[in-house]
Ligand binder design. Structure first.
Ligand SMILES: C[S@@+](CC[C@H](N)C(=O)[O-])C[C@H]1O[C@@H](n2cnc3c(N)ncnc32)[C@H](O)[C@@H]1O
Length: 273
């Protein structure tokens, strides 16, 4: 069965790049994330994937950053099985299926209304998962989310599309809403933002990028005194690089010697509050 979706805005359409990258990772002989459901969704959807041109490094980075975010969320849910999980700008990602949280967890996937509708049609439903159709910048959507449970909040691919002020406001709102929790998201230095605006592999989203980039992972600690950096995860230094094809493995092993160089690539930032 092939599903044809209504026309998305370019912002909403950005989900196809990450979805397709995870599907292509799944087709590699040694996948990093191995998300079979992403590949099934790609096969189901009539879309011009060839126009996206994700290069190998983008595929590896998208897969590995998703894996790192999953690891943080999974460890949090193991310690807090009654927690709330929130995926902001979830697109058609199948994170809840990958994490398989216990039935005592409530997991919320938020995205803009057209994407939320598509998600309801395409992503296999699970008990205790909920879709929120909203603009993440609108404070009203949080009213639907319980305030009395710890939360793990993930944002994979969202941050680049928000201005710094919007991000600070969002993080402050989330920290105020829950008694405690963790936030994990992929971040970009100023140079990485420049690259995202100019590289061929991210051409489809280049004009949508609004975040200026963040060079110091401790900067969010100045946004809210409750936010504490747990770890800056530089993908070049993660063990999964051993599974990369030889050329990219050599590149990342070299980059791993230098923090500045590693930061030009994909970074996952993990905070607690
Ligand atoms: C690059 S995609 C990433 C999607 C998904 N997290 C993934 O990894 O495949 C960015 C997503 O953020 C969503 N998005 C962008 N701005 C948003 C906003 N202001 N409110 C809610 N969702 C937003 C887009 O609709 C899109 O689904």
């Amino acid at each position: 069965m092939t599903v044809t979706l209504p026309t998305f805005t370019p912002l909403e359409e950005s989900l196809f790049l990450t979805l397709y990258a995870r599907a292509l990772d799944h087709r590699r002989p040694r996948p990093i994330l191995g998300d079979a459901v992403a590949d099934q969704i790609v096969h189901t959807l009539a879309y011009d994937y060839d126009a996206l041109h994700p290069d190998t490094n983008l595929i590896l980075s998208v897969a590995l950053r998703a894996r790192k975010i999953d690891q943080v969320a999974s460890a949090f849910l193991a310690r807090h099985p009654g927690a709330i999980g929130l995926d902001l700008g979830a697109g058609l990602d199948t994170r809840a299926a990958r994490l398989d949280p216990p039935p005592t967890t409530d997991w919320y996937d938020l995205d803009l209304p057209a994407v939320a509708d598509a998600r309801r049609q395409l992503v296999p439903e699970r008990p205790d998962t909920h879709v929120i159709a909203a603009d993440v910048r609108d404070p009203a959507w949080l009213d639907a989310v319980p305030t009395d449970r710890p939360a793990v909040i993930v944002a994979d691919g969202l941050m680049g599309f928000l201005s710094e002020d919007e991000l600070v406001t969002l993080w402050n709102r989330l920290v105020a809403h829950f008694p405690a929790g963790e936030i994990v998201f992929n971040s970009y230095t100023r140079f990485a933002i420049w690259l995202a605006r100019h590289a061929r592999g991210t051409k489809s989203v280049a004009r949508l990028v609004r975040f200026p980039g963040m060079d110091d992972p401790r900067e969010p600690e100045t946004w809210n005194p409750k936010l504490h950096l747990v770890r800056e995860i530089l993908l070049s230094r993660e063990p999964e690089v051993a599974e990369f094809p030889a050329g990219w493995r050599r590149y990342h092993r070299l980059a791993a010697h230098s923090t500045a160089w590693s930061r030009t690539g994909t970074i996952v930032l993990h905070y607690r509050f």
